[in-house]
Write a protein that binds this ligand. Structure first.
Ligand code: 4NP
Length: 152
């Protein structure tokens, strides 16, 4: 099972999701490939933003290898789930996804009952990385339950 998280810059939200999911999957012994990418090319080559680094450091996640990259057409075929953080990400993804891959695209909070349409606010603008961490954590085990079931 291969999971790709996507946000606008790939330096705040999606690398945080990538690191947190990879760690939790290892704890639960669920074999997954986890990666993240941007819809834009603005931050390509850059490491996670300091606020995301701080969250990942506290969570005990190694982010030293993470560099922002832009999503490619190949990603839509290679990954099983492509998970965006907000409606803009979803719109951008659906606009560039090859037709037969559009059903792989989901909103992150879609897995949390009662919050199906909730966007993860962009800490690049809000400055609130703790809020991002808490929202991502809400969905983490729910996504893993699904991936675990899907893999069987
Ligand atoms: P992200 O946040 O999409 O969560 O990585 C952003 C990072 C950079 C920019 C915007 C959002 N930017 O404008 O460069």
């Amino acid at each position: 099972m291969k999971i790709l998280f996507v946000c606008l810059g790939n330096i705040c939200r999606s690398p945080m999701a990538e690191g947190l999911l990879r760690k939790r999957a290892a704890e639960r012994d669920i074999p997954l490939t986890v990666d993240s990418a941007a819809t834009s090319r603005w931050e390509v080559g850059n490491p996670p933003y300091p606020g995301t680094q701080e969250v990942l450091r506290k969570a005990g996640v190694d982010f030293s290898m993470m560099r922002a990259r832009q999503i490619t057409e190949d990603d839509f075929y290679r990954f099983d789930y492509i998970i965006g953080m907000d409606q803009n990400n979803l719109q951008d993804l659906k606009a560039i996804a090859p037709k037969e891959t559009k059903e792989k695209i989901f909103l992150y909070m879609n897995i949390v009952p009662g919050k199906e349409q909730t966007a993860i606010p962009d800490p690049w603008y809000t400055g609130d990385f703790q809020e991002t961490y808490e929202m991502l954590t809400e969905g983490l085990d729910k996504w893993l339950d699904l991936f675990e079931k899907d893999a069987k």
